[in-house]
Design a protein around this ligand. Structure first.
Ligand SMILES: *[C@@H]1O[C@H](CO)[C@@H](O)[C@H](O)[C@H]1NC(C)=O
Ligand SMILES: *[C@@H]1O[C@H](CO)[C@@H](O)[C@H](O)[C@H]1NC(C)=O
Length: 376
């Protein structure tokens, strides 16, 4: 897989250092990966910092590119003009990312770009339309939505498809995040004063949507009724939503808040899926216990109430979604595997934006997510 052609990372914020480089290290420990040749950031300083971390962890010398200070040999166009870079992985602020995805595609690069695909459905639809001719010519564009490939959600999808809990009848998905003004995430300027709907609700909520559409059958044809609120002023515009979801064959609830009062959480599962003959509970494991998730599956094991019996299975999962999404992206861009539209499909990522947009705008009105998703 390695050779003279390599990859570049565009964006040198928190996530590339925390997740991208470790994922590349993990993948390079089990096989050849395309070499990291360049790093771009708006500022020379952050590009240099991330390149320093890459040198230490991956043992590569990535050349740096930046906008400030201005330099024609070191700007993004110069990076995109390099013929030895075949693919770029982009993690830039939500509002600037769509234009850069298009610049990269126009320059003939394969693209893996961070979620959310866009700040709102309209921008996302336009982006997908403008990207289509490049994709038709054979370039790969995927959205990096790691929850689609997290082993925990893939496993629950398999359990549900195998009818371990019978027919899905309802679910609840709960997100409770404590975030104060000292958080490094809060202190990314584009997140402190977001110029996009929902703030952290959009940035983080799309993941839960992706997890739900990965696990639940036909989740994308749901309708919703929602209320959105702001509980902590510094998390404006909105930090909390409560929604009821009605799908073809099941109903459910969403409660997402980034205004949780404490670092500790109540002792309950964050997602529960109820079926006709059992249930699945998904809980986050404490970092002290190794992090990741614990899944519990309880199923009725007898058909007669007189001889009541049930079984319980538990599974534990570490988080490896970023590694999996990179592996899958490299398989199609460098490994010759055919794109099948299943992982990282921008249209599916746009559904997640539609779900959050719907929860922010419903104000108690019933909204059809399927319609919002395709029309904006
Ligand atoms: C999903 O929707 C399709 C089309 O409406 C339907 O045929 C199918 O049975 C549904 N699947 C489940 C698991 O509900
Ligand atoms: C979901 O809600 C609808 C009411 O809109 C109801 O008719 C349907 O039975 C519910 N489905 C389940 C599985 O509870």
């Amino acid at each position: 897989m390695s050779g003279s052609t390599g990859i570049a990372i565009l964006g040198a914020g928190l996530f590339p250092g925390m997740a991208y480089l470790p994922a590349l290290v993990t993948l390079s420990s089990v096989g050849a990966i395309p070499p990291l040749k360049a790093i771009y950031s708006r500022s020379e300083k952050s590009a240099k910092e991330l390149a320093g971390v890459a040198a230490g962890s991956l043992g590569v010398t990535a050349e740096i590119y930046f906008d400030q200070p201005e330099s024609a040999e070191r700007n993004l166009d110069a990076l995109l003009a390099r013929t030895d870079i075949a693919a770029v992985i982009i993690a830039l602020p939500i509002t600037v990312q769509p234009a850069i995805i298009l610049r990269a595609l126009k320059a003939g690069k394969h693209v893996l770009s961070e979620k959310p695909v866009a700040a709102n459905v309209k921008t996302g639809l336009d982006l997908i339309k403008e990207a289509a001719p490049f994709v038709a010519k054979g370039l790969v564009w995927r959205v990096a939505e790691n929850f689609e490939v997290e082993p925990v959600y893939v496993k629950v999808r398999e359990l549900i498809a195998a009818k371990k809990i019978g027919e899905v009848q309802s679910f609840k998905a709960s997100v409770k995040v404590y975030l104060d003004q000292t958080s490094e995430w809060y202190n990314t300027p584009w997140r402190t004063k977001p110029e996009y709907q929902g703030g952290f609700l959009l940035d983080g909520g799309v993941h839960t949507s992706a997890a739900l559409r990965t696990m639940l059958p036909n989740f994308t044809s749901s309708q919703i009724i929602s209320f959105a609120s702001l509980n902590k002023e510094y998390l404006a515009p909105k930090d909390t939503i409560h929604a009821i979801v009605k799908s073809d064959s099941y109903n459910g609830t969403l409660d997402f808040t980034w205004a949780w009062p404490t670092r500790s959480h109540p002792n309950s599962d964050e997602t529960v899926i109820m079926g006709s003959t059992g249930f699945v509970g998904i809980a986050r494991r404490k970092v002290e216990e190794g992090g990741g998730w614990r899944v519990t599956v309880n199923s009725l094991a007898s058909s007669s109430p007189q001889e009541y019996k049930e079984t319980e299975d538990t599974y534990e999962f570490k988080s490896s979604g970023v590694v999996e999404e990179f592996r899958s992206f490299f398989d199609v861009t460098f490994g010759g595997r055919k794109e099948d539209g299943l992982v990282g499909n921008p249209k599916n990522a746009l559904f997640d934006v539609a779900l959050i947009q719907g929860t922010l705008n419903s104000e108690g009105q019933l909204l059809d997510l399927g319609e919002l998703w395709v029309k904006g």
